[in-house]
Design a protein around this ligand. Sequence first.
Ligand code: 13P
Ligand code: SF4
Length: 303
Amino acid sequence: MERNITEEINRLKRQKKAILLAHYYTPAEVQALADYVGDSYYLAKVAKNTDAEIVVFCGVAFMGESVKILNPEKKVLMPDMTADCPMAHMAQIEKIKELRARYEDLAVVCYINSTAELKCHSDVCVTSSNAVKIVKALPNRNVFFIPDENLGRFVQGQVPEKNVILNDGCCPIHAAVSAEQLKAMKEKYPDALVLTHPECREEIVALSDYVGSTAEILSYANGSENKQFIICTESGVGYALEQKRPDHEFIFVTDPFCCADMKLNTPEKVLRVLETEENEVLVSDEKRKRALLPLDRMLEIVG
Ligand code: 13P
Ligand code: SF4
């Protein structure tokens, strides 16, 4: 990346009171430019507490949308408006209505990787780092977990006292990892610990030493005595892992392990939206007010 892009971005950030947030899955050169890099939960909290006037969010659509819902007075810009998470759309409102009619005490628990429309029909949001804690804390016994079947199943395993109803949706990137691929890597690197995002399938979780969100994987690797790790999540997290522990070896279970949507964020596009203030995330007032309820409830429960 040319040095003048970085300088120009920094100048515009100061001039416009803008802040740059980036998810761990964005390209390394974008993470290097960001004021805050983190997982979905951390970035939602940063966005909620910032006094910046403009938030440039490097991630996918549901993340920018969540920032706007939490901060209606701020201008939220996305470097690429086509960056979307396919899983965010993988649940049916009709199915929610059907289950609400069937179970009187149903709680609809919505992974933050979901459209604002789905949040409008949900009781509480969760991220991969707080889903277990939140489901445990709910008074409801029956829980419909949307949209991710794999995270839902992981939560179900940790909270056996609840009836967690699973939905037919998944992350096409994480769900593509096969047990054969992981077993082959484990054979090749027998001393490595396997660290896995809960969006991976059940058999991958079963073969892992630790399961957690991107931020939790980072802090586990950071605190571990082990030197070698097989990482079952998107390779963008390698940038932060290597920065934190240059003395460790991180091997990704597949190559590439890549979310193409996250990679649509580039320094050039960040500069362009800062210059033009194009690509503003807009959410109608009615939708915003309804979708805010489950997000606020998540922040209330886990702080
Ligand atoms: P985190 O909840 O770890 O930020 O993950 C978000 C995501 O998109 C995973 O695929
Ligand atoms: Fe969505 Fe999967 Fe990409 Fe995460 S990695 S943003 S869940 S498609």
